[in-house]
Ligand binder design. Structure first.
Ligand code: GUN
Length: 171
């Protein structure tokens, strides 16, 4: 018998998530309004912000994007998520967040600012994967750049196939 997957829409509703421009779903859960803001080269920012971030079968990819801020990722529930991290020197790191720590999956993933990052839900029984992110300096769209497929493949031609899989085709 094929087992019915848990209600993915139920998870979205329970956590009150909305669609993210990267793909997937999110909700901000914290911003440090009670502290002085941080002066950065791109303007004042919260010291810290945090979100839930969910990938689902219907929206399984967080497209390549670049963050100035440092981001700590924490795995919570569901199927594993593969992360692709691309540094300015062209080096690529691939790792998996998930609960199977005995087979090398990661519960935590620190990603310093200055790296291109994408994520992809892996196959599994749940049909979703849920993490949290803590961002410092706090998230601001001005500090995040969504990848342009053409520009990113021109910069990293050795990773063309991966970039094409993990960016939107807007051209
Ligand atoms: N990515 C990490 N944090 C955030 C946030 O607070 N808002 C949005 N839109 N994306 C994020």
């Amino acid at each position: 018998m094929i087992q019915a997957k848990p209600n993915i829409q139920g998870v979205i509703n329970a956590l009150d998530l909305e669609a993210h421009i990267e793909g997937g779903y999110f909700r901000r859960t914290y911003q440090s309004d009670h502290r002085a803001s941080l002066e950065t080269s791109t303007g004042p920012r919260y010291l810290l912000t945090s979100i839930y971030y969910l990938l689902t079968e219907q929206s399984p990819v967080g497209q390549f994007h670049f963050n100035q801020s440092d981001i700590l990722h924490y795995f919570h529930l569901g199927d594993p998520i593969e992360y692709s991290l691309m540094r300015a020197d062209g080096s690529l790191q691939t790792l998996v967040m998930g609960s199977d720590i005995l087979s090398g999956q990661h519960l935590q993933l620190p990603v310093p600012g200055g790296i291109w990052k994408a994520s992809r839900l892996m196959d599994g029984p749940h049909g979703f994967g849920l993490i949290s992110e803590a961002v410092s300096p706090g998230f601001d769209f001005a500090d995040m750049e969504m990848a342009d497929r053409g520009k990113l493949t021109a910069q990293f031609p050795q990773h063309r196939a991966l970039i094409e899989k993990l960016t939107r085709n807007e051209g």
